[in-house]
Design a protein around this ligand. Structure first.
Ligand code: PEP
Ligand code: MG
Length: 308
């Protein structure tokens, strides 16, 4: 029945003229897979362990990852290694008091202090990937430099994981997307944190919503840089932040050259419909209009106001 539904309603996203953009789900556990999906573009592994005072064992991790991979036979799963810190604290990786946890030792940075934690996780992922037939890619959160990316990729290869990427959540990573792509197999842009760090606006402060608006042209410029670098390198560059769930923005991101969009599963149908209503050339024209806008509101209007 699952295969049947996938054939009828689902399938890959595409523009009206057939340009394919993969539409993936963001999940935290196997149970989040409420619908048939083309694949998972962001498996937030830290969400499994938010309440833990001790680190999850190797066996426990193998079981949790196998449950997700087994639910997606033959399909892509992009697993993110533990992204601890700031809005996602993991008690067993808690740092000493930091004045600015969002700017502190978090995400991949913890691996330099606790290489054992990354190594155990990567080994568990590799073991789970061996026992299930999903196509498993791994990526690191909060990558700032190509050197960090290279170290992560080496750790992945050593664990037997051939496809490794970096999230672009820090403006420095977007500014050097080309150099990053010399080290990694793919990039995935996390627009939630990329907005936060580009606009120096805490993502948890509702009062700053205007600056954190994913239609902000400065954010779109950074995304455009990553997409161009991906095109030049011939490597995939996806978006897995909340921006990907906005149907109008999905059209813009496609026009910028983003190759996959990953979002909460319930957002996928509306995004699929928006893409199906535009040619790739439409998407490119609307992307150029959004990039040229002076404000987020004008960018939105440029894309969403029908031409009469
Ligand atoms: C992001 O930062 O955009 C992202 C996808 O990761 P998270 O929201 O889990 O920080
Ligand atoms: Mg993030």
């Amino acid at each position: 029945a699952r295969q049947e539904r996938l054939r009828s309603g689902g399938g890959p996203g595409r523009t009206s003229d057939g340009h394919q953009v993969a539409l993936y789900a963001n999940i935290g556990r196997a149970k989040d897979l409420i619908d048939d999906v083309e694949g998972v573009g962001l498996f937030r592994t830290e969400l499994l362990y938010l309440d833990r005072s001790d680190a999850p064992s190797y066996d426990e991790q193998v079981a949790a990852y196998t449950a997700v991979f087994a639910a997606l036979p033959g399909r892509k799963v992009v697993l993110r290694t533990l992204d601890a810190g700031a809005d996602k604290p993991l008690p067993f990786l808690q740092q000493a008091d930091e004045p600015n946890p969002a700017l502190g030792v978090r995400g991949l940075r913890i691996s330099w202090r606790r290489p054992d934690v990354l190594e155990t996780q990567l080994k568990a992922v590799a073991e789970a990937a061996r026992s299930a037939s999903a196509e498993v890619w791994v990526m690191a959160p909060m990558v700032a430099t190509p050197q960090e990316a290279a170290t992560f990729v080496a750790a992945c290869r050593a664990a037997g994981l051939p496809t490794a990427g970096a999230m672009v959540e820090i403006p420095a990573a977007a500014l050097r997307a080309g150099a990053l792509l010399e080290e990694v197999d793919f990039l995935s842009i996390g627009t939630n944190d990329l907005s936060q760090y580009t606009f120096a606006s805490d993502r948890q402060v509702g009062e700053l919503a205007e600056l954190l608006d994913p239609w902000q042209p400065a954010l779109l410029s950074l995304i455009a840089m990553c997409a161009s670098a991906g095109k030049a390198a011939g490597k995939p560059v996806g978006v897995c932040g909340e921006a990907a769930a906005d149907p109008g923005l999905a059209v813009v991101l496609t026009g910028l050259g983003i190759t996959s969009l990953s979002m909460s599963p319930r957002s996928i149908p509306a995004v699929r419909e928006a893409l199906a209503g535009h040619t790739l050339e439409d998407c490119q024209r609307l992307a150029a209009a959004a990039l040229a806008a002076e404000t987020a509101e004008l960018a939105r209007q440029a894309v969403l106001t029908p031409v009469t």
